[in-house]
Design a protein around this ligand. Structure first.
Ligand code: HEM
Length: 158
């Protein structure tokens, strides 16, 4: 009898410890989420607006379209398709709940022969969009770091 009660008590204690552990884990996760770049940017809606403007400015840029491969691709690849994929990618890379299902950066850009000069133009255009949306300096830098991490896979020639 006693040992049965003791056993139930021990099980109840173990269950309580396990539940407290679970609660702590989710509190920690919530804190991580709130601190993610994704949350600091305001989530998916503001990210999609920044990407929307970014794609709108790059597809009409004269310096970029002087590259015949870029010009040909932007005429056949729908801008909404690019906006969808780039939004999902940024959402995922900043710690948001999305999953990017597009091609690798190398596979998506290899045929475009993107030069260093074209990359730098893209960065100037992107910075202009960041400024338009008044993204704070720290968050701009973190976003640029993500973009920079793709440079080696995107820039194909000098
Ligand atoms: C000078 C810089 C860039 C130019 C000119 C450019 C242009 C393009 C073009 C024309 C396409 C369509 C290619 C095709 O399907 O034939 C494309 C695809 C894509 N780009 Fe870029 N891009 C640049 C940089 C970037 C950067 C920095 C990112 C993200 C960090 C990015 C993300 C993507 C994605 C996600 C796709 C779609 C991939 C897919 O179709 O699966 N691009 N880009």
């Amino acid at each position: 009898m006693w040992s049965l009660q003791l056993n139930s008590f021990l099980y109840a204690m173990l269950a309580a410890i396990w539940l407290v552990g679970l609660n702590n884990a989710s509190a920690q996760e919530k804190e991580d989420d709130a601190n993610s770049l994704y949350s600091r940017l305001g989530g998916l809606a503001p990210i999609s607006m920044v990407v929307n403007d970014f794609i709108d400015v790059i597809v009409v840029d004269e310096l970029l379209n002087a590259n015949p491969a870029i010009d040909a691709a932007r005429k056949v690849v729908p801008a909404p398709y690019l906006k969808y994929h780039v939004t999902a990618m940024v959402c995922q890379a900043t710690g948001g709940p999305c999953q990017y299902h597009g091609r690798t950066m190398k596979a998506a850009h290899a045929h475009l022969n993107i030069t260093q000069k074209e990359w730098e133009q893209m960065v100037v255009l992107l910075k202009g969009v960041f400024d338009k949306y008044e993204i704070p300096g720290k968050e701009q830098q973190e976003l640029m770091d993500i973009v920079d991490s793709t440079q080696a896979d995107i820039v194909m020639s000098k």
